[in-house]
Write a new protein. Structure first.
Length: 180
């Protein structure tokens, strides 16, 4: 896997945005079949958490997750299948839990330590490919939402962190070979 250059990202985003409703439904059904736990996490669990704060932002999140899945499909091919590595999502949850706990506890820390934890969270891990252009697009979408809607900054920050997690999960899914 490689970081998408601006041309590749533009083509992949155009592909994701051009998918008609019938093909989008088929794509989501296939996603749920191929990666049921991952699908549940990004299209049910995360949006439910966001909806507790802002329903419209939860809808935007699901739209952007669809775009992310379209980008990865266009750029890197079909999703790896759950049956090839059924414990993948569990392992990812364990890794993310270690990173998210300090981030969530950030409000109980002094500002300097809180900022360091955020920096550590967003810093690419060893041998990790970060899709910076895609993340910039997603963050711009969040900022645009914030300009047009009444939403507190902490909710947008949580929204951006969840998008970052989704992109990281997609990257890990496409770069980590299935267990043999």
């Amino acid at each position: 896997m490689h970081e998408l250059n601006s041309r590749e990202l533009k083509q992949a985003l155009e592909y994701a945005k051009s998918i008609d409703e019938d093909n989008a439904k088929r794509m989501m059904i296939q996603f749920e079949i191929d990666q049921p736990l991952f699908f549940q996490t990004i299209f049910h669990t995360f949006p439910a958490i966001i909806a507790e704060r802002n329903q419209d932002l939860a809808h935007l999140f699901m739209d952007l997750c669809f775009d992310i899945s379209g980008v990865y499909k266009k750029a890197f091919g079909n999703l790896p299948k759950f049956k090839d590595d059924p414990t993948w999502m569990e392992r990812q949850a364990g890794l993310l839990d270690k990173e998210l706990k300090p981030l969530m506890q950030g409000r109980h820390l002094n500002a300097k330590r809180s900022e360091q934890i955020k920096t550590d969270f967003y810093t690419p891990k060893d041998d990790e490919t970060q899709q910076s252009g895609l993340l910039d697009f997603l963050h711009q979408s969040a900022d645009l939402f914030l300009q047009e809607n009444d939403c507190d900054e902490s909710t947008i920050e949580m929204f951006k962190a969840m998008l970052f997690v989704v992109v990281r999960l997609f990257t890990n899914l496409y770069t980590r070979p299935p267990l043999q």
